[in-house]
Design a protein around this ligand. Sequence first.
Ligand code: FAD
Length: 548
Amino acid sequence: MNFEFSYLNRPRIVETLKSTKFDLLIIGGGITGAGIALDAASRGLRTALVEKNDFAFGTSSRSTKLVHGGLRYLKQLEFGLVREVGSERAVVHRLAPHLVIPEKMLLPLYEKRGFGSTLTSFGLMLYDWLAGVRKEDRRKMLTRRQTLRQEPLLREADVKGGAIYAEYRTDDSRLTIEIVKSAFKQGAWPCSYAEVTAFNYVDGQVKGATVADHVTGSTFNIEATAVVNAAGPWVDELREKDKSKHGKRLHLTKGVHIVVSRDRFPVQQAVYFNVDDGRMIFAIPRGATTYIGTTDTNYDGSKETVTASIADVNYLLNAVNATFRPGDLKLEDVVSSWAGLRPLIHEEGKSASELSRKDEIFESQSGLISIAGGKLTGYRKMAERVVDLVCEKFFNERDIASSRTNELLLDEPGFANYREVAKYIGSVSRELRTIGGDQHVASYLVHTYGHATTGIIHDLRNNFKNADNASIISAELDYSLHNEMTLSPADFLIRRTGMMFFDIERLKMSVDLVMETFSQRLNWSRDKIKHERAVISDSIKFASHFQK
Ligand code: FAD
């Protein structure tokens, strides 16, 4: 595209959606839909994507934020899944090294919990082999003393050893928005706050959809040869609209994460530990916080507002207190939380934790293609499979290239590896120091915006001449409004920056400024400002007050 992915250009995107006959319409702007849009547009298909809320509003902003092979799926003998997502980790890291960052995971071994050390050593060896992990990154088994040195907070009593293995951490909603931005650059037309309310048919075949525009309040139609339903937990609702919800169906399970300050739970490194009920939980340091998760329970409540209950939070606190010293984390220590829904495929007689995480594609008589299940990590391969199917079903005669998303960097000009990212953080940090900023801010900006940090710093130097919080927020917001289709304070504070979860104090300090900027730029009425403020205070409430 030769114009920016700016809030100012949304009307132009809507006009194009109304007036173009698309090859492919994708419903859902989570990582699955975003990945499909990037794959399709980069192969030359005229591609539209609509999302009823903000991009990554659904599960794709509420995961454990790991690009991982899913060690526990070995236990379920899902070798194919482990091989695919395991090897995808290195590919996604190469595409965005500032955002998908190598992280060594510590797996403590116990006398009475989990597997013994021989079985764990073999499992991790298999995991490395399936994922094609480089020699220097392969698992290392640790003695009891080495394990306790690696993570001094572990309760010593029954630790008998440990293992260190390679994973990657990420920011799921940033990864999703970067993929949406790349899809736009490749010629796709993504539009948020645009909800499919009905399918449109020609001779019984889905050939488009009716869309409610939640920004303008209007309704419009999109015409397309093929339609893909990538609506995550809402996939079955759309299959119902298409009257094609037969056979397999979704099974939603809820996963909760809690965030505590790093001071209260100062783990030295990421730990993946066993719980008494046989499940496994992550404790992951991030900035000034540590987050802990996840739960896995059946869910049939509202999909729009999914929150943590006191029982969820206590389950996670008990797990941490049983494993780490001093073991006194309390409800009051939880500064934030999030809850997401896994859109899994139902299997009769299986419990939430036993259900497969594999993705599945459903094809309906009407031609609607739906995709559900899967992992954040596997988005690229899922997208490739869906677009291959679309090409096979709808574009037989056309000469469509095969997928090339493994070479499309998600940041430009791109970093060769994490060492280059660290070097860039160093140079940003030196520049920031001249206007009062520090290494911490440099690291945050680069991990969030990649090379776009150069433009943000330029804005800071020229327009604000200062690196205090208000100036940084203004420069970030400026960038995000003009390049990331950020349409509301919640989009910015929750999904573009992660402040709601990982820096709630900064969020509270920034909320007035963010509100003011939006209301001026978007010319908001008093009622609209009131509404947007309520959205933010409800979000804070949901993240930090737990229901019985
Ligand atoms: P979503 O992200 O939910 O996207 C679907 C989108 O469709 C939503 O944004 C929704 O608003 C939109 N939509 C719905 N209806 C309509 C409509 N009518 N019109 C327009 N838009 C519509 N995977 C990993 O690889 N690593 C992890 O660490 C990890 N941890 C996880 C932890 C938890 C607790 C959970 C729940 C999942 C985790 N996963 C993880 C799995 C991963 O997060 C999901 O597989 C992935 O995010 C699903 O993405 P999606 O795009 O299919 O769904």
